[in-house]
Design a protein around this ligand. Structure first.
Ligand code: SAH
Length: 362
């Protein structure tokens, strides 16, 4: 197995990772007419394999299948919340690895939370995805495939995407960029960039690169602490890029793109949820981001930590009162704060744990 996740014995090309021009080039190589790509591409993005397409000749299908493959993640398990209809999928990939996706139903439409890697190497202490390390990066087709497969299975359109599932998207930079290009493509599922959020633990060099790409997506920063000692103790990435350098990158991102950034703050009982911590968070964000040269709107999402089996003793969820007190302190200091509504509580909808249980890692 190489690090593309595709077995080195099968050199077949991955059709769903191709842009329309790449598919046109492949068809030309095969001696087929280029316009065929315009027929094949949109159907693939609706979940129809070339094999199933009725407007493609047998010989074209034959040629394609000799040199390429079309694979959609296959639901291995599906849990539906009786409380709010949230759907959680454990998808099996072509090489047998599994990732999770969660579809949340809101009044404004369906939002899918997708994974970007099998496992994760960022090592955040409270996160289930990181426990077995990173297995491999996901291909663009495997990210796109989660959206297509979930939509196909549910028979419903998905209108928003959050990249907050398993993995660190900016640690799989090139594939994520290609995925963004494919998912926003007019001939494909065409989800507007304003309906896509990407969450990162803070890879500063990649945040800078992303700001140059011209994708008006929403960036979410997993902050989780307002001082370096606390942040480094739960997020190893902070030892490479500390809070100051991360917020400087946020400022540059906002200046360049004009897109607001939201901050994720996981509340861990006794660790980062005191009124003092709230005051210092407000002071940090206001002091750094609302200065003479920057008037960035600031939004903080407060997420009571979801205990991970292995670490339950260490990381328990803040009490309701501590959460509302924390939010009200931020609001008083002029920072919009929302407490993340817990969806799919009965199906353990946050990512990472189902894959581990299924693979017998626990
Ligand atoms: N690697 C990216 C995206 C995946 S994690 C990132 O770090 O942002 C998505 C969000 O869920 C992050 O804010 C992450 O810190 C948070 N998270 C991870 N484990 C959690 C847990 N057990 N409880 C609550 N939030 C958690």
């Amino acid at each position: 197995m190489d690090n593309t996740g595709i077995s080195s014995t099968t050199q077949k090309r991955d059709l769903l990772s191709m842009t329309l021009p790449e598919l046109q080039a492949l068809l030309s190589e095969l001696g087929e007419q280029k316009y065929r790509a315009g027929q094949i591409f949109p159907q693939m993005h609706r979940g129809i394999s070339p094999e199933e397409m009725t407007n493609i000749s047998k010989s074209t299908k034959q040629k394609l299948s000799e040199v390429s493959y079309y694979y959609l993640p296959t639901p291995k398990r599906k849990l539906v919340s009786a409380l709010d209809g949230t759907v959680k999928y454990l998808f099996s990939l072509r090489d047998g690895n599994c990732v999770e996706s969660v579809v949340m139903r809101y009044n404004h439409g369906n939002t899918i939370c997708i994974s970007s890697q099998v496992g994760c190497r960022m090592g955040c202490a409270f996160c289930a995805s990181t426990i077995g390390g990173k297995v491999r990066d996901l291909e663009p087709s495997e990210m796109l495939g989660q959206v297509i497969a979930a939509s196909k299975d549910m028979g419903e359109r998905i209108s928003n995407i959050v990249m907050m599932g398993i993995g660190e998207p900016l640690d799989n930079y090139n594939n994520v960029i290609k995925f963004l290009r494919l998912v926003g493509c007019e001939e494909g599922i065409n989800i507007g960039y304003r309906h896509i959020s990407l969450s990162t633990c803070g890879l500063v060099d990649k945040i800078d690169r992303l700001s140059e790409e011209n994708f008006p997506i929403t960036l979410s920063i997993s902050l989780h602490a307002s001082d370096d000692i606390t942040r480094s103790s739960i997020m190893p990435i902070n030892k490479k890029w500390n809070i100051n350098s991360l917020l400087d990158a946020c400022k540059r991102y906002y200046k360049k793109t004009g897109r607001r950034i939201s901050f994720e703050y996981t509340l861990i009982s006794g660790k980062n949820d005191s009124p003092t911590a709230a005051t210092s968070l407000a002071k940090l964000l206001n002091g750094k981001l609302r200065t003479k040269d920057s008037s960035m709107p600031i939004h903080v999402n407060l997420i009571p930590v979801n205990p991970v089996n292995e670490r339950e003793a260490e990381f328990s969820s803040s009490h309701k009162e501590a959460v509302s007190k924390f939010a009200s302190i931020l609001e008083k200091k002029g920072i919009r704060a929302t407490v993340r509504r817990k969806l799919g509580a009965d199906i353990n909808a946050s990512c990472g744990q189902l894959r581990r249980a299924e693979e017998g890692i626990e």
